[in-house]
Design a protein around this ligand. Structure first.
Ligand SMILES: Cc1cc2nc3c(=O)[nH]c(=O)nc-3n(C[C@H](O)[C@H](O)[C@H](O)COP(=O)(O)OP(=O)(O)OC[C@H]3O[C@@H](n4cnc5c(N)ncnc54)[C@H](O)[C@@H]3O)c2cc1C
Ligand code: FES
Length: 353
């Protein structure tokens, strides 16, 4: 993986963006494309942005006037009345983290950023209502990034639910560097697959027919990647979990393919834990993107702590070793790391699940 010092260090900023498009792509998921004027730093897949999910002027508008864009009129030592509409209306006061699903720099230096989000609460519901021309503010790029491990050439991209978007960015980034691989997508049912379905999909290298696929994902096919789709209810692709898809691929691959493969994974914690276990069993290197709930996204609030083995993090991220904070029942050293600045991408072998 690529640590922060190699992805531009702490180069990041607060940017104003305007909405280019906001398209519903399945039940609950939207693809939001944003334009940022010249100056947005280069990014890598795995990195994320903190996106304002309420009107850009709401922070000024919390005074007695409510959400009307007026400056705050609090008197020193006083609070605004609790009945102020600005305090009563549900609004996402903090920015929300979203992985980049794509980043293109246009000839004129404008950045086009893509995120795919699932409506789960007040902030994402607000995002779903945006339309072309609307304004949002964002901070980014944040976090470290995925990187192809040395000596490996077949990327296996495993994304579940809201963990799918960074896999699309990774597929486009890897394909520009000459890699071809397979994207694995898991969802509860067909209507929750956040991607463009192409039916029938192209064959999956290797062992396509055994995988019983009936569709490919356009966002992978566009970059020469095959797709393996699994749904819990069998409404598309293989019935089962994403690990069933991954293990079926492994079972039909040659030893040399397995020795060339590297897994990149993002999804819920139980899903990533299971994928990490499969990878450990077959000796596959695996990088996971830990989308821990975050408040600031920049190392200030300490809300996004995760427990990892410090020596393993130092080894895999090329960082100086840090002291452990404790030891688990198996005698394994652990330390708290911040998912937002030390990660979100880590070697799965370092994580104390
Ligand atoms: C680095 C990172 C990248 C992310 N990338 C994406 C992405 O590409 N697409 C996407 O749809 N979502 C992504 N998420 C999750 C996204 O940030 C949350 O869904 C969003 O903050 C919810 O905001 P809300 O105001 O709609 O929901 P809220 O009203 O704040 O919360 C609604 C519910 O969601 C839960 N929740 C909020 N954040 C998380 C989280 N991180 N994990 C589990 N539960 C959570 C809350 O506890 C609550 O139960 C990412 C999170 C992180 C940390
Ligand atoms: S989100 Fe604030 S420290 Fe990580």
């Amino acid at each position: 993986m690529v640590n922060q010092s190699k992805v531009g260090g702490l180069k990041r900023g607060l940017f104003q963006a305007s909405v280019i498009g906001n398209e519903r792509i399945c039940t609950d998921h939207y693809r939001l494309t944003l334009a940022v004027a010249a100056g947005f730093p280069p990014t890598l897949p795995g990195q994320f942005i903190q996106l304002g999910c309420s009107p850009t002027d709401h922070r000024r508008a919390m005074g007695p006037g409510g959400l009307d864009g007026r400056d705050i009129q609090w008197l020193p030592g006083e609070a605004p009345p609790l009945a102020a509409p600005g305090l009563l209306a549900p609004a996402a006061m903090l920015k929300r983290p979203f992985s980049l699903a794509g980043h293109v720099i246009q000839d004129d230096g404008r950045a086009e950023l893509e995120i795919i989000h699932r409506v789960v609460g007040v902030g994402t519901a607000w995002l779903a209502r945006l339309s072309a021309g609307d304004a949002v503010d964002l901070i980014g790029p944040l976090g470290n990034a995925f990187g192809m491990p040395e000596g490996r050439s077949i990327p296996l991209l495993v994304g579940g639910g809201v963990g799918i978007p960074p896999m699309y960015y990774l597929a486009s980034w890897l394909s520009r560097r000459g890699y071809r691989g397979v994207g694995f997508i898991g969802a509860v049912s067909r209507d929750l697959i956040a991607g463009r379905l192409i039916e029938p999909g192209p064959a999956i290298p290797p062992g396509g027919p055994e995988l019983g696929h009936s569709a490919a994902i356009g966002e992978f096919a566009d970059h020469g990647f095959g797709s393996v789709v699994t749904t819990d209810d069998g409404s598309l692709g293989m019935r089962g979990r994403i690990t069933d898809g991954l293990e079926t691929w492994i079972a039909s691959a040659t030893r040399s393919d397995i020795e060339s493969a590297a897994v990149f994974c993002c999804g819920s914690t139980p899903m990533m834990r299971s994928v990490a276990a499969v990878c450990a069993r077959y000796g596959l290197p695996c990088q996971v993107c830990l989308e821990q709930a975050m408040a600031c996204g920049m190392g200030t609030c300490q809300s996004c702590i995760v427990r990892l083995e410090p020596d393993c993090v130092a080894r895999t991220q090329g960082q100086p070793a840090r002291k452990p904070h404790g030891q688990n029942e198996q005698g394994r050293d652990w330390r708290y790391f911040l998912a937002c600045t030390d990660g979100p991408v880590f070697d799965s072998a370092c994580v104390l699940w």
